[in-house]
Design a protein around this ligand. Structure first.
Ligand code: VGL
Ligand code: ZN
Length: 205
């Protein structure tokens, strides 16, 4: 069984959003085109409480982009984004997620961030996604969404670590690029871990 994993295609990551990813809206059409080709579609949703430790606003004197220690891990500070129950946390309007799509929320614990859709950054807690895929005999994951250099990268790396054959859809992703080259480095990291990077045209053909 093959699953499509849509990572964090949420309003706050689109142009105009609180943590806007350049051209983030471009991934929506790719997701919509691929969904009908998959027997199983899952979507991850960044879903933070307002007091989340990844928000610069919760660290007096700090600004987004600075790095602090959170749960013993290096943590980049972000603008407030994807706050539970706010419009910014909703999936992008144009995303045609069917009622059969399964949603996994992440980043719920204020004390630790969760870039991956599978585990928090300390790998202490599972979101349930890995168990869900295993229960459905999924052996192959196709990953796309936002942002290439954070949540897409770590979701793909965790899929590989769980033994899934993993493909990242390059044109179905866009990155933050806090540092120039971060997107290319993310793709390299996925390839180095055994993943494949392809264009959506290859998957649709
Ligand atoms: C993300 C930064 C903070 C992402 C989520 O979806 O890539 N990036 N929270
Ligand atoms: Zn987040």
């Amino acid at each position: 069984m093959r699953a499509l994993i849509l990572v964090d295609i949420q309003n706050d990551f689109l142009p105009g959003g609180a943590l806007a990813v350049p051209e983030g809206d471009r991934v929506i059409a790719v997701a919509n085109a691929l969904m009908p080709r998959f027997p199983l579609v899952v979507a991850t949703q960044d879903w933070h409480p307002p007091e989340h430790g990844s928000f610069a606003a919760n660290h007096p004197g700090r600004t987004p982009g600075e790095v602090v220690t959170l749960a013993g891990l290096q943590q980049v500070l972000w603008p407030m984004h994807c706050v539970q129950g706010t419009p910014g946390a909703e999936f992008a309007d144009g995303l045609r997620l069917g009622p059969e799509a399964h949603v996994f929320v992440k980043g719920v614990d204020p004390a630790v961030d969760s870039y991956s859709g599978f585990f928090d950054n300390g790998r202490r807690r599972s979101t349930g996604l890995g168990e869900f895929l295993r229960a459905r005999a999924v052996v192959e994951a196709v990953v796309l969404g936002l942002a290439t250099d954070y949540c897409v990268k770590f979701t793909a790396l965790d899929a590989l670590s769980l033994g899934l054959t993993t493909t990242l859809v390059e044109d179905g992703c866009r990155g933050v690029e806090l540092q120039p080259g971060d997107v290319a480095a993310a793709l390299d990291a996925v390839r180095a871990a055994g993943g494949v990077v392809r264009g959506s045209a290859d998957l649709l053909g």
